[in-house]
Every structure is written in structure tokens, then in C-alpha cells.
Ligand binder design. Structure first.
Ligand SMILES: [Zn+2]
Ligand SMILES: [Zn+2]
Length: 361
């Protein structure tokens, strides 16, 4: 069967032929992959900047944002049946006995750093036709989400952030109502994060570089958030333009933008960092001012990476809610669909919002 693989040592990215995977354990499930989303991580791996094959292997099959269909299940599988749609989780627990996170099934909080991520680090991914996986790493998806289910994995970033955000908001001795949020970046994660906030009745502003009358600006307004273009409003003018934000959700992966937006964070506000910046030239920022503000305004900054099974399940519920609230906006996040054969080209040609490789017959 076909697969898209990267050979880091030879600096090659190409379609290869691989044997079909074989089910061995009773709890294993054979999944036919239907769609795989492409993101910046895939592009970095495809450009040989990141990622690693399994130990001893020379190539890594790419793809980690996947929606599939169950075609066979082992005799002990109890939660899934052939025909079910599933989202495939990405991170697998490390082997460290002392890693309390992985031992508790929360490998998104792994402390040893020796975790494996399918399609990214240490295990093959999902840009192929068939995958065998333990049922505990597969999350059932309602058929009504078939056309957007590929967004479940990117949405887990916001779903996990929302759980942590709620925990932090519980420190207030009052009910946090009438919240205002600023989302930095109008890529898939930023827009999904903005949808999550709007769905929670948070007044939401999305700040990004595209023009106010761009497709992204229009899309943002279509689901009930406001769009502010960096072209019209420099970072320094954000607070007077939109007021203070109780929550900032960063999804640009650029420290200059993230920390430049800190003055817009309200007293007692929460700033969520989800982007991963590439190594770049050091920038100069007023750290004394930032630290003073964080202390004197009781602010919280936290980072969030990967997702637990619970976050995938929350993401499925969230996506169902979005489908009810703003189905057209949700659908229009997927701007390109390509075949598996065209996937290598897709990796080299960023564009639109979310690009998806479609393997469905
Ligand atoms: Zn991704
Ligand atoms: Zn661990």
C-alpha cells in the first residue's frame, strides 16, 4: 500500500510502498485512513528540520491529523466496531516507570520527554492507507462529522487549553461572566480556538496579518468573532482598539507577537501559548515591564502541547457543537483537498487555511 515518507538521512520526501499492517493484539483495530490534515509540523518534517523515524528505521511515514474508518477489530475490542469513524490520537506514553503523567495515561504531560508521536517522532504516521492501532488510542467520531472530522486533532489544542483555562478561572471568588478574549493568529488553530471561545459566549477578537476584508476576516466575522488586521492596527495599538482581554489565545508561534500582545491582557487575565516558534534572531523586549505586570496584575501565562484522550473526546463534542452553530464557517476552514499522490507537492505549497489529503474512495 502507498505511504508518504521522509528519509531524514538522505533528505528525501517521497511516496513509498509499504506492507499492509497486521493486527496482532486482541485489542487492536485496523483503520482505513480517510483524511489527513497537513500542518506546519509536517512541513518542518518534510523539510528535514524536525521529526525522527522509529529507532533503527530509515524512514518516517508522515501525517498525524487523521480521521479513519474502522474495518476490523480484535476479539477484545469493546468500544469500536467496523464502520465506525475514529480520530487517531498522536502521542504514546514513554517507558519511564517514574513518569507519573504517562503512567496515568496523560502522555500530553510526559515528564521524561521520551514519548513517541505517530507521524512526528519515533513512530510512523497516518499518511497511508491502513493503520493498526490499540483501541485505547482511537476516539469514536459521529458520522455527522465525517466531512470535518479531520479537524479534531488540531482542535484538541484549544480543547485542552479550555480545560486548563477553566481550572485557572476557578481561582476567582466570583463567576467569570462577560469575558473578552483575544486570539493571535487566523490559522486553523487560531480560528478553531476563536470558535471555541465564541461557543462559550466569550466576546472574541481575532488578530492576524491578513487584511480586514480578506477571506479570513470574513470567515472570522461569519461565526461571531471580530477581526482586527495587523495591517490597520499595530500591536501597540491593540489595547486602545479592543480593550483589555481576559483571555489571550496565542496561535502564531512568534514571540514578538505573543509578548507584544501582553499589554492587552487584563488584570487577573490568562495568556495561553500554543505556537512553537522556530529558532530565530533574538528579539529585545521589556522583560522588567512584563514581569511587573504579571505580578501586579495576578496574570497567568501557560503553554499547552499535544492532547490526551479526554481532549480528543472534548474536541469531538466541541466539533458537534460548532456544526450546529456555524456549519458553513467550520466547513470553510478546509480550503484544499488533495490526493495522497499530490501530498508531497502539498507539503511544499502552503496556502489557504487547512489543507487536507483525502484518501476516501
Ligand atoms: Zn498538526
Ligand atoms: Zn512520560
Amino acid at each position: 500500500m502507498r505511504a508518504l515518507a521522509v528519509f531524514p538521512d538522505r533528505r528525501e520526501l517521497r511516496m513509498i510502498d509499504v506492507p499492509e499492517p497486521v493486527r496482532r493484539g486482541e485489542r487492536e483495530v485496523t483503520v482505513r485512513i480517510r483524511e489527513v490534515g497537513i500542518c506546519g509540523t509536517d512541513r518542518e518534517i518534510g523539510a528535514f528540520h524536525y521529526g525522527a523515524p522509529a529507532p533503527g528505521a530509515e524512514r518516517l511515514v508522515l501525517g498525524h491529523e487523521a480521521l479513519g474508518e474502522v474495518i476490523e477489530v480484535g476479539s477484545s475490542v469493546s468500544t469500536l466496531a467496523p464502520g465506525d469513524l475514529v480520530a487517531l490520537t498522536v502521542r504514546r506514553p514513554c517507558d519511564a516507570v517514574s513518569c507519573v503523567a504517562c503512567r496515568a495515561g496523560r502522555q500530553d504531560f510526559c515528564v521524561s520527554g521520551r514519548f513517541v508521536e505517530r507521524g512526528i517522532h519515533g513512530a510512523d504516521g497516518y499518511l497511508t492507507e491502513l493503520v493498526v492501532e490499540d483501541e485505547r488510542y482511537l476516539v469514536k467520531v459521529p458520522h455527522g462529522l465525517a466531512e470535518v472530522g479531520v479537524l479534531i486533532e488540531p482542535l484538541t489544542i484549544a480543547a485542552k487549553a479550555a480545560v486548563d483555562l477553566d481550572a485557572i478561572l476557578r481561582r476567582y471568588p466570583w463567576e467569570p461572566v462577560g469575558l473578552r478574549a483575544l486570539v493571535l493568529g487566523a490559522g486553523p488553530i487560531g480560528l478553531l480556538g476563536a470558535m471555541m471561545l465564541v461557543a462559550r459566549n466569550v466576546t472574541t477578537f481575532v488578530y492576524s496579518r491578513e487584511a480586514a476584508d480578506s477571506d479570513r476576516g470574513e470567515l472570522t466575522r461569519s461565526f461571531g468573532a471580530e477581526y482586527v488586521s495587523a495591517g490597520d492596527t499595530p500591536l501597540s495599538e491593540l489595547p486602545p482598539r479592543i480593550g483589555n482581554a481576559d483571555v489571550v489565545f496565542e496561535a502564531v508561534g512568534a514571540a514578538r507577537v505573543a509578548f507584544g500582545a501582553l499589554p492587552a491582557l487584563a488584570p487577573n487575565g490568562v495568556f495561553i501559548l500554543s505556537g512553537v516558534p522556530a529558532a530565530g534572531t533574538p528579539i529585545e523586549i521589556d522583560l522588567d515591564g512584563i514581569m511587573r505586570d504579571i505580578v501586579l496584575k495576578n496574570q497567568v501565562l501557560f503553554g499547552t502541547v499535544n492532547a490526551s484522550r479526554a481532549a480528543f473526546e472534548a474536541s469531538v463534542r466541541q466539533l458537534e457543537q460548532f456544526m450546529g452553530l456555524f456549519p458553513d464557517a467550520l466547513r470553510s476552514l478546509i480550503t484544499h483537498r488533495a490526493t495522497l499522490e499530490d501530498a508531497p507537492e502539498l507539503l511544499h505549497r502552503p496556502g489557504g487555511i487547512k489543507q487536507v489529503v483525502s484518501l476516501a474512495a
